[in-house]
Design a protein around this ligand. Structure first.
Ligand code: FPP
Length: 243
């Protein structure tokens, strides 16, 4: 904790929590056990981010593509998510965490959606940190959805083509109320972004690690933040212009 500079914290951290299946395999467990262990790591990382003073934490909990996994695994992930929300609601209240969600939420199981809405409502006044879950989320789907809504507003005369700029597009994304991620962490050893926050990650710093998600904890989170703080974010400019 001493290693990190409290004045240079990433405001928004996004995480691709990969490696639950491989973690399970390496311990000769089934994949579902890997996801359960992954949910434990979620608890640890949420608490650590809150303690460090991160404003927004976005977790890629279920992608659009994850719907194509075996039925049994999809069902278990949905149950796990519902269970997590039920169990963690009180803790979120205690820690001042506000829950939000991004993605094609109406594709979620009715019971999960109900629980999600309940927890979001209950925590809506909390101000210490936003825990944002990406659920049934796909970056391309999000951009297509935004285009559809922009066109609809165009047709009804609410906006004109000449008015559409980057800020307008941002207002139509699922993340309209959130800052762009400053730091993306991906566990599990793959070096790709897998359709995650495609528009929002234009200037995000990336931290890739071989650590499997269930083994990821506070120590490596601090390491990722330390590495982030060593980087020079130029946003297309040159070093001298930053001083
Ligand atoms: C990727 O690992 C992980 C997922 C598809 C699901 C992530 C879910 C959790 C961490 C647990 C539940 C979430 C919450 C918010 C309580 P993988 O299965 O693709 O791993 P593999 O690449 O090793 O097979």
């Amino acid at each position: 904790m001493n290693k990190i500079d409290p004045n240079k914290l990433p405001r928004h951290i996004a995480i691709i929590m990969d490696g639950n299946g491989r973690w399970a395999k390496s311990h000769t467990f089934g994949r579902i056990t890997g996801h359960k262990q992954g949910a434990k790591a979620v608890r640890v990382v949420v608490t650590a981010c809150r303690k460090i003073g991160i404003d927004v934490l976005t977790l890629y909990a279920f992608s659009m593509e994850n719907w194509f996994r075996p039925k049994e695994e999809v069902l278990s992930l949905m149950n796990l998510l519902k269970e997590y929300l039920e169990k963690e609601e009180d803790e979120m209240m205690e820690q001042g965490i506000r829950l939000t969600a991004v993605g094609k939420l109406d594709s979620l199981d009715k019971k999960v959606l109900e629980q999600l809405h309940n927890t979001m409502k209950k925590t809506s006044k909390n101000t210490k940190m936003v825990l944002n879950l990406a659920l049934s989320y796909g970056g391309r789907e999000e951009i297509a959805m935004a285009a559809r809504h922009i066109l609809m507003d165009g047709l009804s005369g609410k906006i004109k083509p000449g008015d559409i700029n980057e800020q307008t597009v941002e207002q139509y994304l699922y993340t309209k109320d959130l800052p762009d991620p400053d730091l993306l962490i991906r566990t599990g050893g793959e070096w790709r972004i897998s359709n995650f926050l495609l528009y929002q990650m234009a200037y995000t710093e990336f931290y890739f690690t071989k650590t499997l998600w269930p083994d990821f904890g506070e120590e490596e989170l601090l390491e990722a933040i330390t590495q982030f703080q060593r980087r020079e974010r130029r946003f297309g400019r040159i070093s001298e212009q930053l001083r």
